[in-house]
Design a protein around this ligand. Sequence first.
Ligand code: ATP
Length: 382
Amino acid sequence: MNSIKLSDIRKSYGSTVAVDGIDLVIEPGELFFLLGPSGCGKTTLLRMIAGFIEPTGGSIHFDDRNVTSTPPNKRNTGMVFQSYALWPHMTVAENVGYGLVLRKIPADQRATRVQRALEMVQMGDYAQRKPNELSGGQQQRVALARALVVEPGVLLLDEPLSNLDAKLRLEMRSEIRRICKEAGITTVYVTHDQDEALSMADRVAVLRNGKAVQVGDPRTLYRRPATRFVAEFLGETNFISAEVVGRTDAGVELQTPVGKMLASSDQGSVPERGSVTCSIRPEAFRVVPDHEYVASTASDVVEAEGVTGSESKQLDRRIGGGDLNSFEGEVEHQVFLGDQAQYHVRIGDDMLVRALQLNPTGESQGRLRVSVDPDDIVILSD
Ligand code: ATP
């Protein structure tokens, strides 16, 4: 397994810039995702790593080896395409062993390696079938076995699940992760499906207009998106305009159209003052029907937050004796989703938020309260 280092890698087609100066280091054995909307440059980047597309600028290293100008068949990569690209006239075993024939591996070794690769993807019993006698998911496994059998240093997967139905896609997510981790192989996986990336990846690079706009592990990207684009691309969220009005040990003080909010200081760069946009995920809101709501006082919050002394007085002043980050609103619309309910809640005249309630026990209509933990308010940099 290799590390992959991309340095200022670029690709232009005439005036179209497909990849616009990307720097990335992918660790040996990592399952790394390139995630972004259609046209953001992810396939072009993957194909440059494979060697099918020559970069306009920059360099690609596998470990210390500069492979920028190395032809694809000399890079020791395995690739799985969206279409699987299996030979219809060959059996499963012949398809998988084809790369070994090209590498002039003796027949007896070939048979052992093909069988081992098929067992890894749980297709050991299907060696003599033809591709048209397999389901889509089985064909996908054969394509994976064919890529793995040559023991590549790097495995490249281009939207490998996009031709499967929704149920099989879910099953194959954990299968592909298991196979990559068992093989211990450095894998680069292209997708536009954020759920696939969040559920499978060690780390993800979010691409936009040919640039990597944020790189991180799934949890960090979801909980601490740096920009509006990343916040929105990775899942549903509420954007709330606010002014930064102060900063204390307890967090960043924000003024919103409906009152004050406190965000945790565990954020990226936050301006000292001025306008910002905050992102709050619908599931971060706690939803309480108004008749069940018992207003807690600032002193409850102080106790719960474990702040004391002068900090407590500051907090008391800041939240004006009311409840921290808690807002009363009117349900405008609600959608029952079985295990959860989504509420569109109007707060004041200007703010409409979507809030999720898990395990809804009954209908919530009329007035309710939503509250949010300071740690769930993300201040975005653009
Ligand atoms: P998708 O998810 O739709 O496959 P992508 O993120 O993989 O999109 P790319 O296929 O890498 O995007 O394309 C990036 C940009 O480069 C797009 O604007 C595309 O139109 C352009 N592009 C890609 N290949 C070529 C080509 N051979 N000639 C001209 N422009 C190209």
